[in-house]
Design a protein around this ligand. Structure first.
Ligand SMILES: *Cc1c(COP(=O)(O)O)cnc(C)c1O
Length: 383
């Protein structure tokens, strides 16, 4: 299918010729048709696709309920409110995450209390999390970083509310066979275009508790009653709705999710082979103990002593897009200035964050492209 482009605009495909991109969504005729149907129906928001998308998503995970929201960040905000996080509370969380997981805590005037990560899985270390608990702690917010299941079963032993940031972990499964996001705690997924499933922008909160779903459904829609039958607002709400256009896109993506996840796993395996034997390079941890990763990104840690920023530049010059991923949240200017953080507090996280590099990773990446990335990386590292 050809898509007409306005004259004078740059064709991104042509501009990227030769460059291997970091991420790329899988969008085909099914998505186009699904969106077109909604556009033609005249009901662009709060239509039939919303409940369908929620139902199908929950069913896929084995979760009791799901609420679609406008972004993963919006979902984290509403999930934290739903477990009662508010002024002055502390929430223990991982410093190795996308900044949204900590920001959502600050939205409710609560304090993100970081605890260091496990050096292998890169997820919140349960022992460090336990040590960070104080009488003010009301919740734990583990992040399933890079799609690898966080040790939620261990955190459950702390007896505190849990909100899971599963924005990177669609398709991941815990050792006990329960899908990430289906343990009953409010769990948040994100649908930005680089995620396993995209709606352009969007998110989903799964929960085992019907009252949590009711509260989130109301708060995403200005605090209105679920039946919309009245316009009184008995609680503070937001506009965190997800349009029917986006929900239709999500439904089409769910249809191809198994294939997309399998393709990501295939690309990860190709990388593992192509990158083996580079001295000092750390690859993503393999699945262990029955936990299964839902592949989201392929992040390597460069050998100690390597200049990461120079490596990024050298790879860009060789036509390979990469990104330092993820930076440590506590060392970001806002968190340093507002919460007094400084280097040295979370040594495992800081070491990983300083050396991490995300390589091009998406379902359509070919074996030839993976080999080229590996060759260019070896060249850039001088190995
Ligand atoms: C993507 C992501 C989010 C949410 O992002 P949105 O852009 O708001 O959908 C939250 N946490 C993590 C760890 C993420 O990777």
């Amino acid at each position: 299918m050809t898509v007409a482009r306005a004259s004078g605009t740059v064709d991104p495909q042509a501009a990227e010729e030769g460059t291997i991109q970091l991420a790329r969504p899988v969008i085909g005729a099914a998505e186009e048709l699904a969106v077109l149907e909604v556009l033609r129906s005249g009901q662009l928001s709060l239509g039939p696709r919303l409940a369908e998308f929620e139902h199908e998503f929950a069913r896929r995970l084995g979760a009791a309920h799901a609420s679609a929201v406008s972004s993963g960040t919006a979902g984290l905000h509403l999930a934290l409110r739903a477990v009662g996080v508010s002024d002055g509370d502390e929430v223990v969380t991982s410093p190795l995450s996308f900044v949204a997981s900590a920001n959502a805590i600050v939205y409710e005037r609560a304090r993100p209390v970081f605890a260091d990560i496990d050096p292998v899985t890169l997820n919140l270390d349960p022992a460090a999390a336990r040590a960070a608990v104080t009488p003010r702690t009301v919740a734990i917010l583990p992040v399933h970083v890079f799609g690898y299941p966080a040790d939620v079963p261990a955190l459950e032993g702390l007896g505190l509310a849990i909100v899971e940031d599963a924005c990177e972990a669609l398709g991941a499964v815990h050792a006990d066979g329960v899908a990430v996001g289906a343990r009953g705690h409010p769990s948040v997924f994100g649908f930005y275009p680089n995620k396993q499933l995209t709606t352009g922008e969007g998110g989903m909160v799964t929960t085992g508790d019907a009252s949590v779903k009711r509260r989130i459904d109301s708060e995403r829609n200005q605090g209105r009653a679920p039946d919309m039958g009245w316009l009184d607002h008995d609680r503070l709400g937001f506009n965190y709705r997800l349009s029917d256009i986006a929900c239709a896109l999500g439904l089409a993506q769910l249809q191809r999710l198994d294939q997309m996840l399998a393709d990501r796993a295939r690309v990860a395996e190709l990388y593992r082979q192509a990158l083996s034997g580079i001295e000092g390079l750390t690859l993503p941890c393999p699945d262990a103990g029955g936990d299964r990763r839902g592949w989201f990104v392929f992040v390597v840690q460069l050998p100690h002593g390597c200049d990461r920023d120079l490596t990024v530049k050298a790879l860009a010059a060789r036509g390979v897009q990469t990104k330092p991923y993820l930076p440590a949240i506590h060392l970001m200017s806002y968190y340093r200035e507002s919460f007094g953080h400084r280097p040295g507090e979370f040594p495992v996280c800081e070491d990983v964050a300083a050396r991490s590099l995300a390589l091009p990773f998406f379902p359509g990446l070919s074996e030839g492209q993976v080999d080229r990335v590996a060759t260019e990386l070896r060249g850039a590292l001088g190995r």
